[in-house]
Write a protein that binds this ligand. Structure first.
Ligand SMILES: C[S@@+](CC[C@H](N)C(=O)[O-])C[C@H]1O[C@@H](n2cnc3c(N)ncnc32)[C@H](O)[C@@H]1O
Length: 272
């Protein structure tokens, strides 16, 4: 059971309103494929990174903070049984339409990820989340909860903001630009306000070792850690955006995302 008082009803309502208001523009400005598994804007997709299991047929998969669930749809197309959760019904409405177009079933759930244990039934073979966990106030607890919903031998794929990406681009000299990060151990958060100025969300950044420790403390073993370099070749991206592409040169200098693959050990054999 999760704590019904956390996050507070007003935080849940405000977070939902923020993402509901953004959903239409988010899905229009970003072109996210539903036949390939992505790792965020301009990032090489799974055809390049190869973090997914070789076959996903019949796997029980859960996507956390799914947006329109393009990754769940891509997995469902390959025979996985997918559940996808997001706080925003407006984001999920796009997902329902995309799943219909793809001719696949996804089990959509709406609600705050902090209440995951009340909203989905585990265990899952694969839990994946792209750039959603950094929006929760207590990502360590979230990683623990997600780890608890994985079955023995299960895999988690977690995409979060790279701590260096929290830095600020500065012009040092006429032809020299670089990232200024005031404190690597406490990277600044990215507070975002809705277009109507009424709702805020906060994207948090943490050192690489902090995420690693949270995964380890959740009983998982990290077996891959990738800092992908955004792709110049649009054909290698499952997540395309004109706006991001305009900054490609800078984005290719400092990683935007950190991708962890972590596995849960099979249950130990007990002697009779
Ligand atoms: C940056 S978007 C990423 C969406 C999707 N994973 C993708 O890559 O397109 C973050 C998503 O997390 C969802 N989200 C934010 N806070 C949440 C929360 N507390 N519980 C569930 N979903 C949340 C938002 O509604 C949004 O769809």
């Amino acid at each position: 059971m999760s704590n019904p008082d956390h996050p507070s009803p007003s935080t849940v309502a405000s977070t939902r309103a923020y993402w509901d208001l953004l959903a239409e523009r988010y899905q229009r400005e970003n072109r996210i494929a539903t036949d390939r598994f992505h790792y965020g804007p301009l990032q090489p997709d799974d055809g390049v990174l190869r973090l997914l299991p070789d076959t996903v047929v019949g796997l029980r998969c859960l996507e956390v903070g799914c947006g329109a669930g393009q990754n769940s749809i891509a997995l469902a197309r390959r025979g996985a049984r997918c559940t996808a959760l997001d706080i925003s019904e407006a984001q999920i409405a796009h997902g329902r339409r995309l799943a219909d177009e793809a001719g696949v079933e996804v089990d959509w759930r709406t609600g705050p990820m902090e209440r995951l244990p009340d909203l989905v039934e585990g265990p899952f073979d694969l839990i994946h989340s792209a750039y959603a966990v950094p929006f929760t106030e207590d990502p360590a607890a979230m990683v623990r909860t997600m780890g608890g919903l994985l079955g023995p031998g299960g895999t988690m794929i977690l995409v979060v903001g790279h701590p260096l990406y929290a830095g600020e681009w500065l012009e040092v000299d006429a032809d020299e630009r670089g990232v200024f990060l005031p404190d690597y151990f406490h990277p600044p958060s990215d507070r975002r306000t809705s277009d109507d100025g009424r709702h805020d969300v906060c994207c948090r950044f943490y050192p690489v070792s902090t995420w690693f420790d949270w995964l380890r403390e959740a009983g998982l073993t990290v077996d891959r850690l990738v800092e992908p370099r955004p792709e110049a070749d649009a054909g290698a991206c499952a997540y395309e955006s004109e706006e991001w592409r305009e900054s490609l040169e800078a984005l290719q200098k400092v990683p935007m995302v950190l991708v962890f693959r972590a596995v849960k050990a099979n249950a130990p054999h007990r002697s009779p």
